[in-house]
Design a protein around this ligand. Sequence first.
Ligand code: NAD
Length: 476
Amino acid sequence: MDRFQLYIDGQFRDGAATFQSLDPATGTPWAEMPEAREAEVNAAVTAAHRAFRSGPWPKLTATARGKLLMKLADLVQAAAPRLAALETRDTGKIIRETSAQIAYVADYFRYYAGLADKIEGAHLPIDKPDMEVWTRREPVGVVAAIVPWNSQLFLSAVKIGPALAAGCTVVLKASEDGPAPMLEFARLVHEAGFPAGVFNVITGFGPTCGAVLTRHPLVDHIAFTGGPETARAVVRGSAENLASTSLELGGKSPFIVFDDADLDSAANAQVSGIFAATGQSCVAGSRLLVQSSVKDAFLAKLKAKAEAIRIAAPDEMTTEVGPLCTLRQRDRIERLVAESLTAGARLVTGGQTPEGAGFYYPPTILDCSSVPDAASVTQELFGPVLSVVAFETEDEALEIANATQYGLASGVFTASLTRAHRMIRGLRAGVVWVNTYRAVSPIAPFGGSGLSGHGREGGLAAALDYTTVKTVWLRT
Ligand code: NAD
């Protein structure tokens, strides 16, 4: 069986214990993972704190930090096939998606490499002739970055990139489900030549690892991606050290199709919007709101496309939907689909767990137009399940779209520019995609509000989140 190690203070080392990682395609163990508990968390945070206060890191110029990040980007690109294969093996995410996403990971590191020496303070024109006043943007300190299983390399890069560019040090806690790509990524950070302690990777379980990290007295900022319930625990932990937080949580994103939309283009976007990553995506367009007059035509297109999807082993390049990451996840999806069907939802396609090994679940469409408060409409399933609700008017579409405590992503498909503008204004979401879905770029901020969290990843705003402002008054 493969074995992995933690990366703490520039060294690869074992944890307090080990746990087995399952291959989601077969449900069988394939690797021994190191488990970090209190002692390892403490060692990692202490190393990050020391690296932040002394040693070469605080003395490096921003340009030098940028060069290290650029080197890391090149190493990530060169190691892409290995990283993609590991992520596929350990999480079940299909190889086509992991390979494509790693190109983005390198792009994010390049973007933040370029931004490192552009994080500026400002000169303030104070009303005193003998005083010079300005602000400095300084790194916030030790960052605890906590990520879930899906897209770990990507969700880590959007935290590590801006944090290191700003001059912070990082303890990354990889998910206990599928940590292999992050433990391997540590080798690239080591090879790039970052000073010991600047970047550390641990993994372990919520109560014995994550919770210890979030309340650690030497942690200054927590960048968390995961579910809202865990976020509450993270915020409670931060009540101990009063660390600042940025939270990227879940979503129940509306995908809105008007009767004047290009239905073929909308259907393609909807299929990848919900079934990519086997639905395990925070921005999954999991609520289809479709105008009644085109509902039947649009559902017919979706059903045909969903049934043509190739479900197979995640390491095959032609696979379009692979297994879910964990059995726990599949059990939950099965339960919520069954509840919705009992409540009166109509099964359009899917809904049957296949026989055999692995945590597979088919692309599923539920018409919930007669039960708009069914579990699958209101709760995040984090799986390949689309819930459909019909609407008559634009106002009604907006009302249904906003009838959720989440506020992450949204999609609008229409040929009317003026309607698109009205929807953009009215939607409560951190991202609005018009006639497209799921587009991302390192340049564009991403994040949500309400139950979807706060703070932004991507863009300059994310780098500023890892800084604090020092105001200087100088009598001349
Ligand atoms: P989760 O909340 O269960 O776990 C996330 C991480 O938190 C894991 O590393 C876990 O070990 C850790 N954790 C668990 N308990 C903790 C505690 N008490 N203190 C500190 N850390 C703790 O999330 P998950 O189920 O692995 O992932 C799915 C969730 O993540 C979904 O809700 C999804 O929408 C969300 N997500 C959001 C985004 C985004 O960018 N908004 C992206 C991907 C996933």
